[in-house]
Each structure stands twice: as structure tokens, then as C-alpha cells.
Design a protein around this ligand. Sequence first.
Ligand code: NAP
Length: 281
Amino acid sequence: VIIGSGPAGLTAALYTARANLKPLLIEGLEAGGQLMLTTMVENWPGFRDGIMGPDLMAEMRAQAERFGTEVIQGNVTAVDITRRPFTIALQDGRRVSAAALIIATGASARWLDIGSDRKLSGHGVSTCATCDGYFFRGKPIAVVGGGDSALEEATYLTRFASKVTVIHRRDTLRASKIMQDKAFRNEKIDFIWDSEVVQVNDTTKGEVTSLVVRNIKTGLERVLDVDGLFIAIGHTPNTGLVKGQLELDSSGYIRTHDGTKTTVPGVFAAGDVQDHVYRQA
Ligand code: NAP
């Protein structure tokens, strides 16, 4: 049984199906994983002109199914890997047993931890530019973060927004050089350095009006008028199902050895739930 239907889960399905291991893949609530939330993927080898994220995932799934992977929808609520066969419980009451288990549950977007961002989630605050960018046509918005995701989102959002302000907590970006160059060249993108968002202000109707931004070095606060905030500060691995049953590393990722083996024989982990170095499809 494979839990998760992002690139790691579907790759595991492809290989185990072709090895005649009869994989059952449980796709989870966010079928297809993080690439379902993106537009053009330019660095997937083999597609010189790029491929849309959802199209890439549809191809991966079809390829895994072609060799006999059985895909079911379902939200896994618990796994028991203390005895074999392993058991997997689904929210709708179904139970699945497995001789071997591959955890490929990926990672989820991080939030700022200031309260007002979560409160306004879906009402002007978002972690997905491709999902929500369209709502901000002709409006000023801000993006928090300094990695590839932040700059990719900022660049994409300039299609809709009148202006995009990137707020980063340091004065140098973590993003790759090519993404930085693209963002610096874009006239619609501005940067606020060494700063963090400490509050999202809204109207009584719950519409975002501005941000309170604090300079970490000087402590000075300023108000930035925006209609939307996109948070792109990385992800947290989805390990809730196995916490306490598998060893995790100090950052909360599943610890693996010899490739994908976990600390429990017969249980394997693949993709963003165990890889904090590459974090790529
Ligand atoms: P990331 O590389 O971990 O960057 C996260 C950014 O958010 C960092 O700049 C970090 O600041 C900032 N940050 C973290 N916590 C924060 C907080 N609480 N408040 C304010 N800022 C915070 O994450 P990512 O950009 O999502 O990228 C993840 C991986 O995916 C990377 O390996 C990246 O290369 C890859 N990726 C690739 C592409 C592409 O190739 N097209 C596109 C997107 C992502 P600091 O810099 O100060 O730590």
C-alpha cells in the first residue's frame, strides 16, 4: 500500500506495479500533491518547453495505472505499523491491510504564526498563487518569503496584480539566481528587506486592507496597503500518521536509511515527507 499521490507516491506505484507487487495507492484529500497547485513546470527533464503541473500529475497517474496500480480515494486517519500485516484506517470506515507500506504523504504549506493570517485564509490571505491570484486583478498585493516559491509566486502574480511587494526577513534571497534575476527585472515587483509581517488588517467584512510590517533590524513598523497576502515560507512534512511509530529527524522529517527504509522493517518513506534537502518532484 502506498499513501500519497504526489510524484513520490506515483513513482513508487509505477515501480512496484512493474515489479508485480500489486500496489494499492490511497490518493488522499489533495490528490496529485503540490504540483496540482502550480502552473508551468520548466525544470522537469524531458519537457523542453515545460509542462503544466496538473498535466504532469495526470500523466504520472496514468502511467502508474497502466501497469496495474489500483488507485482509491480516501482520507487515511490512522495506520498501525506495530504488527504485520500493517493496517490502514480510512475516514469512511474502510480498513486496508498491507504486507509493506510506503509513506509518501508530502508536506504542507507553512503559515506565519501571527493569528490574523490564518483567520483571513481564503479572504485575502493565501498560500497558493495559482489558486487565488486571479482574485487580485489590478490590486496591490504582498508575498512573504525569500525562496524559489516566493519569487515564483511573485512573478506569476504580476499577471494579475497592479504591484507585488516581496517581504523578506533577511537582506539576501535564498532563491536560485535565475529566479532572482527574473524578479529583479520585473518592474511590478518591489522588495522590503529585513522585515516581517506582524499583523494583517481587515475590514469589518473580513477583507484585507493592509499589513503591519516590522523591520527586524530597526524595530520600526510601517503600514503597507495591500488587498492580498501570499505566504510562501516553505512547508512542514505530513508525518501525523506515523508520529510515535517511526523515527523522525530534528526537523520532523521521517528518518530513512539505505535510501527509503524507515526504522520499521517493511515501512518505507519517499518524497517530501523524508527529504528536506532536494524537495523537488
Ligand atoms: P524554502 O527554500 O525553504 O524558502 C523559504 C523562505 O521563507 C526562506 O527565504 C525563509 O527565509 C522564509 N521563511 C521561512 N520561515 C519564515 C517565517 N516564519 N517568516 C518569514 N519568512 C520565513 O522554501 P520554498 O521556497 O518553498 O522552496 C522549497 C524547495 O522547493 C526548495 O528546494 C526550492 O528550490 C524548491 N522550489 C523549486 C522551484 C523551481 O525550481 N522552479 C520552485 C519552487 C520551489 P530565510 O531565507 O531567511 O531562511
